[in-house]
Design a protein around this ligand. Sequence first.
Ligand code: TXA
Ligand code: MG
Length: 345
Amino acid sequence: METKVIKINSPADYPLLDPAAACLRSGGLAAIPTETVYGLAGNALDADASRKIYAAKGRPQDNPLIVHISDFYQWAPLVQEIPASALTLAKAYWPGPMTIILKKSALIPDATSGGLDTVAVRMPSDPIAREVITRSGVPLAAPSANTSGRPSPTRAEHVYEDLNGKIDYIVDGGPCAVGVESTVVTLVDGAPRILRPGGITPEMIRDVLGACEVDPAVYEQLKEGVKAASPGMKYRHYAPRARVTVLSGPLDAYVRCVNAHAQEEGVYALCFDREGAKLSVPYIEYGAQADSAAQAHQLFDALRELDERGARRVYARMPSGEGVGLAVYNRLMRAAAFEVIELEK
Ligand code: TXA
Ligand code: MG
């Protein structure tokens, strides 16, 4: 299949989106930019389109897709009921990087919900994403537009690397603003619980709902035999090809440890801005230590670049875990399959 790239530079280019929107309406696939990461979109109400998404990504069929809408009126038909807490949350943070899980309506095919009786819905803030949804006239199922297991794409070039020849269109809207995927919060059991941290932090949810739990799978590897609340949590996501270890401790201990491993084959450091000069191994910097938003913006790009440069062994600096840093922490820990070394102070 030939994949056509549509470059959008300004709202004046929006009419160029029409062929991709028509293709989506009739069951085709298009990768689209969102404020978090690029998504691989298909008509969420069309089981065949969802099956094509799984095939193009090589994604396990039990890992449900997020359904994207561009207006509030599109939400109610997709779910059984919108509780007051969900409405409060959506009013506070939609459009934006937050996904809300509720019981699904009969409109959502099992192929879209991965066989679950719930559905995850999100209203993105990215104007191009919203334009594609509106022009296609259907809610769009869209997982991250990467090959399953690879780091999520934050630029159209990443999508092209993974999916060229497998989908109908790539809409190129430039780099994504946030850089990590949306916060996934479930309200299925009544009390809000974050299944995946993202741009909307636990504190922000507590601000409007009074409470918010964070699923243990965010912090640690699922134990053998434990059922994942979010099926995506059980897969080794976000992984570059290299083995990644996260080193926790002060900078001088990190520098000592990394330099002691300088002889290993394909060794790389993944550190914060202005730290690399102290190292005797090649490095990639992924934002200032105190700037979690910058780290979120750059992490996936950095993981892909490590692949490109042929890294085999990566020693990464531990992110803070505060605010959006919790999302950075979670993605990096999963890239490292939760391998952490606590350095001596
Ligand atoms: O920012 C994002 O959310 C991006 C952009 C494209 O919108 N999308 C994204 O989709 O990250 P994906 O498919 O890569 O991740 C969806 C996550 C998975 O971990 C999946 O298991 C979880 O959300 N999920 C989706 N529906 C669910 C449901 N009904 N119950 C529990 N978890 C669900
Ligand atoms: Mg993904």
